[in-house]
Design a protein around this ligand. Structure first.
Ligand code: URA
Length: 202
């Protein structure tokens, strides 16, 4: 396994940040500048064993440059607290690093443009578990890790553990509902809480 030092991880992450900041060929770049938004690279431990991958920054995230810091973020914080895992110990990011206008779904060409940054973040952090938050992130990660044949509706496979191979070693992919589903729906939050327990068990 390729052990990267703290300094190497920091520098590689900074390189990603610099490239995304300068990503003028992104269809979302003009919107970022017009809104005075920031790209959202990711946050957390560069040595995290668990990585969470959401969809794209929302309004609060793009304003602050931090992932999951709005309503969905508060749910994520509550879910992490429910299994006693400090937010600083995990790494939280998204497929898209810029906010799509009106929080619409990511377009395939946007996923194609931004996903290589996520791929590099996975190579830097070398997580043991990657949790896909929501169906877009699930679809991308299942395709990246040759799990297409296992892909199903998120309601059918949420909370299940899928073993995959990454260059750094084996990795478990776990699809979960996007925390945003629980913002106005306590039943969904209970489901998420139940599913989150698997992260603690592993
Ligand atoms: N939703 C996401 O998918 N990501 C965020 O960072 C915030 C909301």
């Amino acid at each position: 396994m390729n052990e990267l030092s703290k300094q190497e991880r920091y520098e590689k992450m900074k390189q990603i940040r610099d490239e995304v900041v300068a990503l003028k060929n992104s269809p979302l770049y003009e919107f970022r500048v017009a809104e005075g938004n920031k790209p959202v690279i990711g946050e957390g431990s560069h040595f995290a064993e668990i990585m969470f991958v959401g969809e794209a920054p929302g309004k609060n995230e793009a304003a602050s440059g931090r992932p999951f810091c709005g309503a969905a973020g508060r749910i994520l914080d509550e879910l992490l607290a429910s299994i006693n895992i400090p937010r600083e110990d995990v790494y939280i990011t998204n497929i898209l690093k810029d906010r799509p206008p009106g929080n619409r779904d990511p377009l395939p060409e946007e996923v194609e443009l931004y996903a290589p940054f996520l791929d590099r973040q996975i190579e830097i952090i070398q997580p043991k578990i990657i949790s896909a938050l929501g169906r877009h992130s699930m679809a991308y990660l299942f395709s990246k890790f040759d799990l297409d044949f296992e892909l199903d509706q998120i309601s059918k496979i949420r909370g299940k553990v899928f073993d995959a191979k990454a260059p750094h070693g084996s990795v478990k992919i776990i699809p979960l509902y996007h925390p945003a589903v629980a913002v106005y729906n306590p039943n969904q939050k209970d489901l998420l809480k139940t599913d989150f327990k698997i992260l603690k068990e592993l």
